[in-house]
Design a protein around this ligand. Structure first.
Ligand code: ADP
Length: 501
């Protein structure tokens, strides 16, 4: 097997990867796509082909949506909430039992380091299943004391019921393939929906392996259908499908707009988690050692391929030079290599296309006059590596300070005052996350109020949990994933009136 790595591949994973091609999961059965077409998926650390995957298009989307509808009308809707909890817990147990091989698969297909896959992606994925496994027995309506002015003295019983939305179309990106899938699947299933999941074309494998585990856990057929394919074909067909009741999407703002347009036909509910250009703000009174780690991890975690990357780093002027140097020195010492090597600190970008895109942003930074302090080029050898890159003297209007790069590129800028940094931080069409580093409690909370973002981290970065809502302000999207608010968005409210007169 053409896998350059120091780590021994788990036997289950070897078996999974030895399949000639990976079929789609529709209606509880594994089948080739209607067209018979397959596409290749790669190991970004070497550029070599990892597997062939059936390529879904609109016919497969039709079949998957019908299977999901049938599941909704079948045994799935008849399962009690307690039974749904048991299935979800079983899934959590299975994912946990298989976490080593799933982490390796994530690393092989996405490029991320095995350390991040094991300590981040997998525990968070299991946490999502466990958190949402607790919900089915707690989803309930309310009784509301109603009055009817044109019927004085009349008595009514009024209550609300939370029902599943129906068929959910989930279109997800490649940066956290398993985590993004489960962020949708766990709440959707907790609420009794059925799902058609389209993984990103770059990273379809962990979702397919998860599909095997879902069937093993006893999830009824058709409740989850998994159809890898490309955005303009499979993705667009799913977004436009009249049999889909809700679309949940994470990806670029540009594609989010397309999804919204496509969903207008049958007025689907839509949740969008889109891009970001997040400010990471370091005040001079911060714990500078912690802030330095936070700057580094905030921008370089997952090779910078995070919608929440802290890619605009603002440092208060008196500490600016010092912090810029610390960041640049650390960037220069990062060990890059295949993610499966336990010594690797930063893996490759997900694809050649992504590497070229990131390199073109680096070129634009150089051209626009930013000062390059570290990195600034692709690493030599095979694979899609870009060296962790630090620019200082970045102007707010430069492309690298305005646009989402989705790669390991930090733009560091000085600031003088609270008001100035707030207005510069907020001068972006995005508003996904922000972080503030200071020991001054009052200032920290004032900043939390003033910053326009769906999540504000104080003296920390990249903390997420299944219980905490996640989503954006402004063009970073709308709706919230995770938490009780996901339960709201994967259910619809019914109002019931009973005449007691
Ligand atoms: P990225 O820039 O991170 O690759 P994209 O927004 O292009 O993100 O892709 C995220 C997901 O959206 C992927 O699953 C991709 O296949 C899908 N996608 C891309 N274009 C479309 C489209 N026009 N309609 C529906 N889905 C799409």
């Amino acid at each position: 097997m053409p896998i350059a790595a120091a780590l021994e591949i788990h036997p289950n994973l070897q078996k999974f990867l030895s399949k000639k091609s990976h079929p789609l999961l529709i209606g509880g059965r594994w089948a080739e796509s209607a067209s018979g077409k397959v596409f290749k998926t790669h190991n970004p650390a070497t550029g070599e082909v990892l597997a062939s995957v059936s390529e879904a298009d609109s016919k497969d989307v039709d079949a998957a949506v019908s299977a999901a509808r049938k599941a909704l009308e079948g045994p799935w809707s008849k399962m009690s909430p307690a039974e749904r909890e048991r299935v979800l817990n079983k899934i959590a147990d299975l994912v946990e039992a298989h976490s080593e091989e799933l982490a390796q698969l994530e690393t092989l297909n996405n490029g991320k380091t095995i350390r991040e896959a094991k300590n981040g992606d997998l525990p968070l994925t299991i946490g999502l299943w466990r958190y949402f496994a607790g919900w089915p027995t707690k989803i309930h309506g309310e009784t509301i004391p109603v009055s009817v002015p044109y019927y004085p003295g009349a008595k009514f019983l009024h209550y609300t019921v939370r029902e599943p939305v129906g068929v959910i179309g989930a279109i997800i990106p490649w940066n956290f393939p398993l985590l993004m899938a489960v962020e949708r699947l766990a709440p959707a299933l907790a609420c009794g929906n059925a799902v058609v999941l389209k993984p990103a074309e770059q990273t379809p494998l962990s979702a397919l392996r998860l599909g095997e585990l879902l069937l093993e856990a006893g999830l009824p057929e058709g409740v989850v259908n998994i159809i890898p394919g490309f955005g303009p074909t499979a993705g667009a067909a799913l977004a436009a499908h009249s049999g889909v009741d809700k679309i949940t999407f994470t990806g670029s703002t540009e594609v989010g707009r397309e999804i919204l347009k496509a969903s207008a036909g049958n007025l689907k509910r839509v949740t969008l988690e889109l891009g970001g250009k997040s400010p990471n703000i370091v005040f001079a009174d911060a714990d500078l050692e912690a802030a330095a780690k936070g700057m580094f991890m905030g921008v370089f975690y997952n090779q910078g391929q995070c919608c929440s990357a802290g890619s605009r780093i603002f440092v208060e002027k008196s500490k600016y030079e010092e912090m810029v140097q610390i960041l640049a020195e650390r960037a220069k010492t990062v060990r890059q290599g295949p993610g499966l090597d336990p010594k690797t600190q930063m893996g490759p970008l997900v694809s050649e296309e992504q590497r070229n895109r990131v390199l073109s942003y680096i070129e634009s930074g150089k051209k626009e006059g930013a000062k390059l302090l570290a990195g600034g080029e692709a690493a030599s050898g095979p694979g899609y590596f870009v060296k962790p890159t630090v620019f200082s003297d970045v102007g707010d209007s430069m492309k690298i300070a305005r646009e989402e790069i989705f790669g390991p590129v930090a733009s560091v800028m000085p600031f003088d005052s609270v008001d100035e940094v707030v207005s510069r931080a907020n001068a972006s069409p995005y508003g996904l996350v922000a972080a503030v580093w200071t020991k001054d409690v009052k200032k920290a909370h004032q900043m939390a109020q003033k910053i326009q973002a769906g999540t504000v981290w104080i003296n920390c970065y990249h903390f997420v949990d299944a219980a905490a809502p996640w989503g954006g302000f402004k063009q970073s999207g709308y709706g919230r994933e995770k938490s009780q608010y996901a339960i709201e968005s994967y259910t619809q409210l019914k109002s019931v009136w009973v005449d007691l007169n």
